[in-house]
Write a protein that binds this ligand. Structure first.
Ligand code: ADP
Ligand code: MG
Length: 552
């Protein structure tokens, strides 16, 4: 009898063993009810066939796969299992009483399962085990009671057999639910770990992308000083040894061996300090023609705050510092503008009065003193000119522009310029581009700009100088080049050229070039200066053509 019991026990657990094997293959989790339903059907069939009409009633182990299959497989499994049960058991029923008892039991079972199915799935694993045991106990109780009605005499063996069967059934039920739930839990855990690791990998990749595209040069080292991360910018800015850059072997190299000796020493020191826990500071420094901002910080574990490495970040702020200088220049210009506005009224009017009276006195004075009056008048005119330049510089109102040819404007001024050059003994050489397009210009301002630059050129040359004036038309822009073969401009003076009041001349105002720049900028153009000391200077004024101007 024990052999039968053991066999039934094992057969009833068949679906859960199969389930474990199936689960290890990582098949689709959604197909689990179908799988359980089919295997429970097979197990049930085996249970019933190996011990038909156990104890003369349905008190065999087929109830375990029947119940497990129905609870986990839902309606389809319940229907399939019930069908198998009916097909196998119906031929074994001898009389009406057995048939009625079978129908009653089966109907009760189906009802119980259909009520329990949904609530069962909401429960925790522990409660599922408890509820499964409770359901099975109810069924067992019913069957034992039925059995009591049909047994003539209760022998010790029979009681033992019933007790063992009931206990083994309950044990198998608990074991089935326990194993299924453990497997499910393991599977859920596995899915969660997979999800977390995918998320983690994504985050790491995002971080790496961020490091790659950021304008900072970044190098990260671990606590032993080996490089674990770097980006393209680091290769450009940080004087990494060429052989490491070319071979792509930078990762894993010790930071102390990664930088070029000399230029990279600074970075080695900074990383060493960060690894020793020194706090980060932002330090600006100049490297070649670049202005860099560098910082380091140590990386610490979130768990125990222990040092885990260090990061070096360097930012190229050259453009930023140029922009700051530019803003400073603009501010100075606007200050000049404000000053000019008040000077107009305060000085220009009295100057006009003085000049009038000086002229009057000059007429009444002896001819011998005329020369002095002439000097006074010239100085007054010069002062007046400075004020006019001031005013032009301050002028911020919208310009009235019209389509004009740069060549025409220059041609108007050339006689004046030639006369000036003749007086100095210099020559002017002009070469104007032939098919110059029309462009939006303010005639008066362009003349002022041209005269200023040309006069500067003449003033820079001796009496054999040649001033070359040429215009050029490129696809998207036109250029005016004014080249002299004068003294040239020293490198240290170059940066100050367009600052108001910068002059190297005893009688200069230092307002000519700032004025030219503001005029050209108002035309959305730019001025470039090429100069070689002792050889000469070329001013290149560029105006960009708008789409419609190109069409003209
Ligand atoms: P100013 O002519 O009154 O000195 P500018 O603003 O016109 O003022 O010029 C500023 C300075 O730039 C000049 O004093 C001169 O030193 C330098 N400069 C300008 N143009 C030239 C040039 N063509 N060659 C050499 N130096 C120049
Ligand atoms: Mg000048």
């Amino acid at each position: 009898m024990l052999k039968d019991l053991l066999l039934q026990f094992i057969v009833s657990l068949l679906p859960v063993f199969a389930f474990q094997i199936w689960n290890n293959k990582e098949l689709n989790w959604k197909r689990m009810p179908v799988f359980l339903g089919v295997f429970c059907g097979a197990s049930m069939l085996l249970c019933m066939l190996t011990e038909p009409n156990f104890l003369g009633c349905q008190l065999d182990f087929h109830l375990i796969p029947y119940m497990i299959g129905s609870l986990y497989g839902g309606w389809p499994a319940l229907a399939l299992l019930t069908l198998i049960c009916v097909i196998v058991q119906y031929p074994t029923l001898d009389n009406f009483q057995e048939l009625a008892s079978f129908i009653l039991f089966t109907a009760g079972f189906v009802m119980l399962m259909s009520i329990s199915y949904r609530p069962f799935h909401q429960l925790s694993a522990l409660r599922k085990e408890r509820n499964g045991l409770l359901l099975m106990s109810v069924l067992m109780l019913y069957l034992v009671i039925t059995l009591t009605g049909s047994v003539m005499e209760w022998t010790f063996d029979l009681v033992l057999e019933v007790v063992l069967t009931v206990s083994a059934t309950l044990l198998a039920t608990w074991l089935s639910i326990f194993i299924i739930e453990s497997v499910k839990e393991k599977q859920l855990l596995h899915e969660e770990v997979t999800r977390l690791s995918v998320n983690y990998r994504n985050e790491v990749e995002k971080l790496q992308q961020f490091i790659d595209v950021t304008s900072f040069a970044v190098i990260v080292v671990d606590c032993e000083g080996r490089i674990t991360h770097y980006n393209e910018m680091a290769l450009k800015l940080l004087h990494i040894r060429i052989e490491l850059t070319e071979s792509g072997n930078l990762l894993g190299t010790y930071y102390s061996k990664a930088f070029q000796p000399g230029q990279g020493d600074l970075f080695v020191n900074m990383i060493s300090q960060a690894l020793n826990g020194t706090r980060a500071t932002l330090v600006p420094f100049v490297s070649g023609d670049k202005m860099l901002l560098k910082t380091t910080f140590s990386l610490r574990s979130l768990l125990n705050n222990e040092a885990e490495g260090a990061a070096l970040m360097v930012q190229d702020v050259t453009e930023l510092s140029q922009l700051r200088n530019e803003v400073g220049r603009m501010e100075r210009l606007s200050l000049v503008g404000q000053m000019a506005a008040s000077i107009t009224h305060e000085i220009r009017n009295p100057l006009a009065v003085i000049r009038g009276f000086v002229q009057l006195i000059q007429e009444r004075s002896p001819a011998s003193q005329r020369e002095y009056f002439q000097i006074v008048m010239e100085e007054l005119d010069r002062a007046n000119m400075i004020i006019s330049d001031f005013l032009s510089l301050a002028q911020n109102r919208a310009l009235t522009m019209e389509l004009s040819s740069l060549n025409d404007i220059l041609n108007e001024l050339l006689p004046l310029l030639n006369a000036d050059a003749n007086l100095r003994g210099q020559t002017i050489d002009t070469s104007l581009c032939e098919d110059m397009p029309l462009i939006m210009l303010n005639d008066r301002e362009i003349k002022q700009m041209f005269l200023n630059i040309a006069r500067n050129g003449m003033e820079a040359m001796d009496d054999h100088g040649v001033l070359q004036i040429s215009t050029h038309y490129w696809n998207d822009r036109i250029e005016l080049r004014i080249a002299d073969n004068g003294e040239g401009i020293a490198q240290d003076k170059m940066v100050h050229l367009f600052e108001p009041f910068f002059t190297t001349k005893t009688r200069g105002t230092g307002l000519g070039l700032p004025l030219c720049l503001s005029i050209v900028e108002r035309h959305n153009g730019k001025i470039d200066v090429n100069s070689i000391e002792g050889e000469g200077t070329t001013f290149i004024v560029t105006f960009y053509l708008q789409q419609e101007e190109k069409a003209v």
